[in-house]
Write a protein that binds this ligand. Structure first.
Ligand code: AMP
Ligand code: MG
Length: 431
């Protein structure tokens, strides 16, 4: 006990850099194991296997158009005034398998995606033949004995050759890829029914404070709506987490303990709280966690979000973000997102840093500052950035208007207009 008290005193005294705090927190987590899930459920999940193409794609040469499979040499002199007439020897809808060889002077009607018959080396689109009815924009339905071709085609034209996209045995995806709808479509085209992905990080989410009410409830003077519950819920979902429980805690140690105990029954990978862990007289979340675990209150050299709590409750890691919504948001991006990425075996840190030119003088207090900003990339060669809205850490509206965070490094109290600064664009912050 005396050990954890002195640890705490240390952490309280020392001002940790953002990097130190990140490393300490991330060091407590290891990538989750993998499971096989149905392909349809795989969107946004992180691949835990290498995908090697089991087939060529396409797996057979096929027609890229509705038209006629021909020998290109037969139609090289075709024009609208001197059409070439070919004898039709077959009709190949998509899904059929042609066997008949196309000889010189012959053709077969063919639909998009149908296999190219042996002997043919090109396809003449129906629009270039007398089988097309331009005024109705459709083909003649009945197959006749001959077709008149009005334009030449080059060898291979309108043919999708076997293996054009990739060959059997090629590496398609590496592990660690976050699956997009396109990726899942490709896996389906290769015949996969399931895919091996990392388990989703499971999180128990808590807001805390007697002043908090849920939207839909009446507000009395002094009360506010619980914004963090919704803000953090969205951030967690966007970063691939599964939320096991969401609760708003009153400032009552008995209820807090009951709620935490209920939440850990479903075995979260960590507990995420906001507020209630500062030095206030009613910050009971901290007290309860310290009764059944430990919680260090760190002073991180950043703005907003200096108070950050990290510890564990009955063996489950706890991250305590500050109560002010903008501080919570920044704290999530800087400390929680890297945990979620590591658990899913994604690169631990992803901040897409861009250098932009300040359009006004900006000042802070010397802490590493994440200011709400507007990034203007009208001229991509020279991105510009200026502050957006009121910088108070409770002001969510300014955050919604910002499209970037402007980062002033620690030790820098002000920068003049024209200086180059680091900017963290928010549109693709979670990838
Ligand atoms: P605390 O950390 O409890 O001292 O809270 C700091 C500030 O954040 C106070 O003004 C709280 O009212 C506010 N706050 C705490 N939790 C929330 C929340 N879930 N939604 C909106 N504001 C909050
Ligand atoms: Mg509070």
């Amino acid at each position: 006990m005396s050990f954890s008290v002195s640890m705490k005193a240390d952490a309280m005294d020392k001002l940790l850099s953002v990097r130190e705090a990140q490393e300490q927190i991330i060091g407590h987590f290891a990538p989750l194991s993998s499971i096989e899930i149905p392909l349809l459920d795989a969107l946004g999940r992180v691949l835990a296997e290498q995908i090697i193409a089991p087939l060529d794609s396409p797996s057979f040469s096929n027609s890229g158009m509705d038209g006629f499979a021909v020998n290109s040499a037969d139609v090289s002199s075709a024009s609208s005034t001197t059409p070439i007439t070919l004898k039709l020897v077959g009709d190949i809808p998509a899904g059929s398998s042609p066997v008949k060889n196309i000889e010189v002077g012959q053709a077969a009607r063919i639909m998009t995606g149908a296999p190219l018959p042996p002997g043919a080396d090109a396809v003449v689109p129906v629009e270039y033949t007398d089988a097309y009815l331009p005024e109705m924009n459709r083909s003649v339905q009945k197959l006749s004995d001959v077709v008149r071709i009005y334009r030449p085609v080059k060898p291979g034209e309108y043919v999708r050759h076997q293996g054009q996209d990739f060959r059997k045995g090629e590496k398609i995806f590496e592990p660690g890829r976050k699956l997009s709808p396109q990726d899942i479509g490709l896996l389906a085209s290769l015949g996969y029914t399931k895919t091996k992905v990392h388990k989703q990080p499971k999180v128990a989410l808590f807001s805390s404070g007697d002043e908090l009410r849920l939207p839909g409830q009446a507000l009395e003077y002094g009360q506010i709506y619980d914004a963090n519950r919704f803000l953090l819920y969205g951030l967690l979902i966007q970063s691939g987490a599964q939320i096991l429980s969401v609760e708003t805690l009153p400032d009552d140690p008995f209820i807090i303990e009951q709620s935490l105990d209920r939440a850990i029954q479903s075995h979260p990978d960590f507990i995420l709280t906001s507020a209630g862990v500062s030095v206030g007289a009613y910050d009971f979340v901290k007290q309860v966690i310290q009764t059944h675990g430990h919680l260090d209150l760190w002073r991180v050299n950043m703005r907003p979000g200096k108070p950050l709590a990290f510890g564990s409750y009955r063996g489950i890691p706890v991250i305590g973000l500050p109560g002010n919504p903008v501080s919570s948001f920044v704290g999530f991006l800087v400390f929680v997102l890297p945990i979620l990425r590591k658990l899913q075996n994604l690169q631990p840190f992803l901040r897409t840093i861009l250098l932009a030119t300040l359009q006004e003088e900006v000042s802070s207090d010397g802490r590493e500052s994440y200011l709400r900003a507007r990034l203007d990339q009208t001229n991509p060669a020279e991105p510009k950035v200026f502050l957006e809205g009121h910088q108070g850490s409770a002001n969510l509206y300014a955050l919604t208007r910002a499209n970037a965070l402007l980062i002033l490094p620690s030790g820098v109290k002000s920068l003049p207009a024209g200086a180059k600064v680091e900017v963290w664009p928010l549109d693709n912050m979670i990838r």
